[in-house]
Design a protein around this ligand. Sequence first.
Ligand code: OGA
Ligand code: MN
Length: 291
Amino acid sequence: MSLTLHPITPSFVAEVEGLDASVPMSDEDLHALEQAFWQYAVLILPEQHLSGQQHIDFARRLGPLETSIQAYRPGQKLRVSDEIADVSNLDEDNKVWGHDSRMRMFQMGNRLWHADSTFRHVPAYASLLYGRSVAPFGGHTEFADLRAAFDNLPAQRQSQLRGLIAEHSIFYSRAKLGFHDFSQEERDAMPPVPQVLVRKIPQTGRESLYLASHAGRILGMPEEEGKALLDTLTAHATQRQFVYTHRWRLNDLVIWDNRCTLHRGTAFDDLRWRRDFQRATVADVGNSCAA
Ligand code: OGA
Ligand code: MN
């Protein structure tokens, strides 16, 4: 089978036709998919019919998978395999979560602009998010192109930013929401990690900002100055001209490059509609400071 690309925007988002993610991918298709992924950064694969295992197997062709941080949650039963991040609004009994549930509060973090797992020493490379059931209104996912955002900065600003290092922690993003309900054990398991603020994507040579709600300070800067810089850059990068909004259809599989994009989920009536979204996440090759 050979795949066809339909660009949705000139250089950021493309739809992939002719790839069935439920069957083993040929090397030729993998090559074409990777080329498309590096060029665009967000790929939409409509009409996929995947079991959990097929979702995992497909994602693995792009590299080794992360295990979900939910797997670290002591005493909590998982609805899905630990190689899948459960980004649904469902509890372990498959019911819509409660208004005050901890999972709901924790996942409010997905409404902030972020890249996945930048709070891990080895952050995420690719995320593959699959819509098993979709809300009838809202619940879109927005993506921002951090390469375009970097290219659009004045040259002097670009050189000021190269070489800066940000400190990322899941507790920074959750604190922004007022969520502090973590045990000492959870805090100890995820200490803050450094990530570069500007990265070069090896496959294309393109430079990109590297931002996330998880970034809380810039090393060597007063905390206030670092936060102000991160806020300013995020506001710059998420201007309309850099953003694509994905309106989900049932059984869409969306793949994005966390090295050079931001994303966030938008609101929907999450106490009423089931939105069963599951994510397989491919790990990056190392910490971004080691590149
Ligand atoms: C994710 C995520 C947003 C959404 O799966 O990593 O941030 O719209 N999802 O569900
Ligand atoms: Mn995410």
